[in-house]
Design a protein around this ligand. Structure first.
Ligand SMILES: *Cc1c(COP(=O)(O)O)cnc(C)c1O
Length: 821
């Protein structure tokens, strides 16, 4: 008997009447409410449970299938998953969104009115976490056996409020109303060990290591099934929560110290309490190291347990298991797998090492020095004493190989060592990740090229075949199908729905640019999306913006390298031109910003304040009324991105060349028919290649020119001295024009630009302003603009996450699809 095909993965019907019954049943029996006085949130819960019942059936089927077919699995280890809301995604992926909407309607409930009540699962900071979420969607959609592992943070990314133009953080209590998308697995628990010391002893001629004493925390699994689009496969995201070893420590109990026992419990459970809100900067805190090891140890123990339960030997690990490290945050996994293989399973070192390198691969996300994780040896020694020993031993063998390859070159040994001896002995996590992986990838062509040239130059000399480039992508299911129903319907009408699983199909839209009727429809869709965003801005900020204006959008984390300041300088210059009567016939613009600053990143918070100060002046100046507005939309997250992106005319991707690894916001915006103004950085370069040079606005120094300018001595003040418009804008900021109540507010910021300007804002200013003039000129020819915007949508197929994931599957993981389509 065929165990899998004997089982019907969808016994619960998904037709309207069956859904109606499920929803009513869930409302009464799970939520416990009378349909006569249920709130909208009660209905939301009930619908979510109806979807969940159908997801979990398919999950069981998928699991049985994978086990039976003895597939190789990939495990994606990531500290972050920036998921967003689940309901619409689930309904659409399962294929019964319309049925569900109709079912609710017959019960007097509007689906549109309840989806917004769901909290946005923001277990990530930005691009890195959103990439992880897109990858999970694609694995399930392509029927690839892929599992995510991460942390079930009690509090995700903070909520951003603005008070007098300044960012204020509020905790994100996203689990307040419960979470229908998770399945707690109180039986899936693993101990995770911290502190203590290592004891050596001889056993039948071999030295064995015991990690003793210290503290133990329990990791408990919460499963989040992730349905694929257009198929019946459902994969799993397993998130770990920290629990005290026993509910209460018995020793304290016996001593009669009840309160102390409770305190210990609370302390061990803080490990999974909160997401660190830092994007692209390493935080060297002990709790962060504990978070990293906590989820890594539980995941590796779980992976090994599953492997052995399925009857495979440890030697078969590289044939059945691939583990992807999303940045270095989970890189301690390499030492953890070695520890389990050597200390617990008693494998010889070399055999364990071959297995480990065969299993792991590592994705690098940034070249910026402040983002590179290093841990002080003394801290690692105290928190993870056995891992520190293992890292030393890995390093010992590795450096022998280096010496063998570069005899007499002592400098290269120091540069490559996993231990940085030059500033107080640090463990370089990126080096550990490269040494313990069989593949290392950058996330865009330029980024990978720079990795090989700079950060991993010596590694690349040693192991050139280990480095590959896999350009990031985005899921069209969320970023077009769900976020932009108007454009989706228009596309479906003309080329069908195949693009949802094969985004290259969008190139069938190209011939339609010569069809005036289609162009008009495309414009109407954009117009309606702009009205929708204008409504949101009105509702959230009380600001009325005109959808007739160009929507000029910069939405991303606030970071100096992303250069929101360059955008602000353009806004001020445009403002001055209007006031001085020099602006001519320029099209009205609304400059729209959104993004969070890390709470400890003072300069980034100052940039938010400045944007809001400038907005305050511009929006209240009658001289520019109807011509210019500025809006900072608070609390950027996946949900607000889904409203802003379809409404954008212009996409600002203006980082200093060589600093943005890939960017994915650039892809979402271009796919939705925004024109890009950008530098030759990250994936912008590949976007230019895909959409054509005439359909993108490129300006500024390229990465080589940035290097050269820096090498020959960059002098930002020269640009200030020689460009009057720039000088005027900077003087206004410095002298308090935008902050009359505190004229000195931005003196430091401007001084820093004039004297340091690490990210070369001033060097790119003139070329940016000139390119913005070209943007304006094209925008005033709406027909020409629309043609180019359409070509952007039609030519973005390459940036589907499905292409990205297929490349990982083939080049890195060695896994193949399994399942029903
Ligand atoms: C896509 C996305 C990002 C990444 O944007 P970049 O412009 O690539 O930095 C960050 N935050 C959210 C909510 C996103 O959806």
């Amino acid at each position: 008997m065929d165990m899998v095909h004997d089982y019907d993965p969808t016994p619960l019907s998904c037709d309207k009447d069956a859904l109606k019954e499920s929803i009513r049943d869930g409302l009464i029996h799970i939520v416990g409410k009378d349909p006569l006085n249920a709130t909208r949130r009660d209905w939301l819960q009930a619908v979510s449970y109806a979807a969940r019942e159908r997801i979990i059936e398919r999950r069981m089927y998928t699991k049985r299938l994978f086990n039976q077919e003895q597939v190789k699995r990939v495990y994606y280890l990531s500290m972050e998953y920036l998921i967003g809301r689940m309901l619409v995604n689930s309904l659409m992926n399962l294929g019964f969104y319309e049925n569900c909407k109709d079912a609710l309607k017959e019960m007097g409930v509007d689906l549109h009115e309840i989806v917004g009540l769901e909290s946005d699962a923001a277990l990530g900071n930005g691009g890195l976490g959103r990439l992880a979420a897109c990858i999970l969607d694609s694995l399930a959609t392509q029927c690839l056996p892929g599992y995510g592992y991460g942390i079930r943070y009690e509090f995700g990314m903070f909520h951003q409020h603005l008070e007098d133009g300044e960012q204020v953080e509020h905790p994100d209590n996203w689990l307040r109303y419960g979470n229908p998308w998770e399945f707690p697995r109180p039986e899936k628990i693993y101990p995770v060990h911290f502190y203590g010391y290592v004891v050596e002893h001889r056993e039948r001629g071999v030295t064995r290591h015991h990690w003793e004493d210290g503290e133990e925390v329990i990791a408990m699994a919460y499963d989040h099934p992730t349905p694929g689009f257009g198929n019946k496969n459902v994969n799993n995201l397993r998130l770990w929560a920290a629990k005290a070893t026993r509910d209460f420590d018995l020793d304290y109990f016996n001593e009669g110290d009840y309160i102390r026992a409770v305190q210990e419990k609370i302390e061990s459970e803080t490990i999974s309490m909160v997401l660190y809100p830092n994007d692209a900067t390493a935080v060297g805190r002990e709790l962060r190291l504990k978070q990293e090891y906590f989820f890594v140890s539980a995941s590796i123990q779980d992976i090994l347990a599953r492997h052995l339960e399925l009857g495979y030997s440890l030697g078969e690990l590289p044939n059945k298991v691939a583990i992807q490290l999303n940045d270095t945050h989970p890189a301690i996994a390499i030492a953890e797998l070695m520890r389990l293989l050597v200390d617990q399973h008693h494998l010889p070192w070399q055999k364990a090492w071959n297995i480990t390198c065969g299993v792991f691969s590592y994705t690098n996300h940034t070249l910026m020095p402040e983002a590179l994780e290093t841990w002080p040896v003394h801290l690692m020694e105290r928190v993870l004493p056995r891992h520190m020993q293992i890292i030393y031993e890995i390093n010992f063998h590795f450096l022998n190989e280096v010496r063998h390859n570069f005899p007499g070159d002592n400098a290269i040994v120091q540069r490559l060592s996993i231990i940085d001896e030059s500033n107080g002995r640090q463990v370089r996590m990126a080096h550990l990740a490269v040494v313990g992986s069989h593949m290392v990838n950058g996330v865009a062509a330029l980024h990978t090229q720079l990795l090989k040239k700079n950060l991993f130059r010596d590694f690349h000399r040693l192991w050139p075949e280990r480095f590959v480039s896999i350009t990031n992508g985005i899921t069209p299911r969320l970023w077009l199908n769900q976020a932009n129903p108007g454009l989706r319907d228009l596309i479906n009408e003309h080329i069908g729905e195949d693009w949802l699983m094969d985004l290259q199909q969008l190139n069938k839209l190209e011939p339609l640019i010569d069809n005036p009727g289609f162009r008009e429809r495309f414009q109407q869709v954009k117009r309606r999306n702009k009205e929708r965003l204008a409504d949101m801005i009105k509702e959230e900020m009380g600001l009325t913006v005109s959808p007739d204006a160009m929507f000029d959008v910069q939405i991303k984390r606030i970071h100096e390298y992303k250069r929101q300041l360059l955008n602000v300088l353009h806004i001020i210059s445009y403002y001055n031109r209007i006031r001085d009567g020099r602006a001519g016939e320029q099209a009205p613009r609304v400059s729209i910003f959104a993004g969070k600053a890390a709470p400890s990143y003072v300069r980034a918070k100052q940039i938010i304040h400045l944007i809001n100060d400038v907005a305050d002046v511009v929006n209240h100046d009658p001289m520019v009324a109807g011509k210019q507005q500025v809006a900072f939309i608070p609390n950027y997250d996946v949900s607000s991105a889904s409203v802003i992106i379809p409404a954008a005319d212009l996409s600002e991707q203006i980082s200093t060349a060589g600093t943005e690894a890939s960017g994915t916001g650039n892809m979402k915006l271009a796919l939705n028919g925004a024109m890009t103004i950008g530098t030759l950085d990250g994936a912008n370069i590949e976007i230019r290649q895909a959409v054509g040079e005439e359909n993108i606005f490129i300006f500024g120094l390229n990465a080589d020119e940035v290097d050269h300018l820096r090498a020959e001595g960059y002098r930002p003040r020269d640009y200030y001295d020689s460009n009057e418009e720039l000088r005027q804008a900077l003087d206004m900021i410095r002298d308090g024009f935008f902050s009359p109540s505190e004229p000195g507010r931005y003196r430091d910021l401007v001084q820093n630009l004039l004297e340091v300007d690490t990210f070369m804002v001033l060097a790119d200013y003139e070329s940016y302003i000139r390119e913005q003039e070209r943007v304006d000129e094209l925008y005033r020819d709406q027909d020409a603009w629309t043609r180019r915007a359409m070509l952007n949508t039609a030519r973005m197929g390459y940036f589907s996450i499905d292409r990205t994931v297929a490349e990982y599957a083939e080049k890195v993981w060695g896994i193949v699809p399994e399942g029903w389509n």
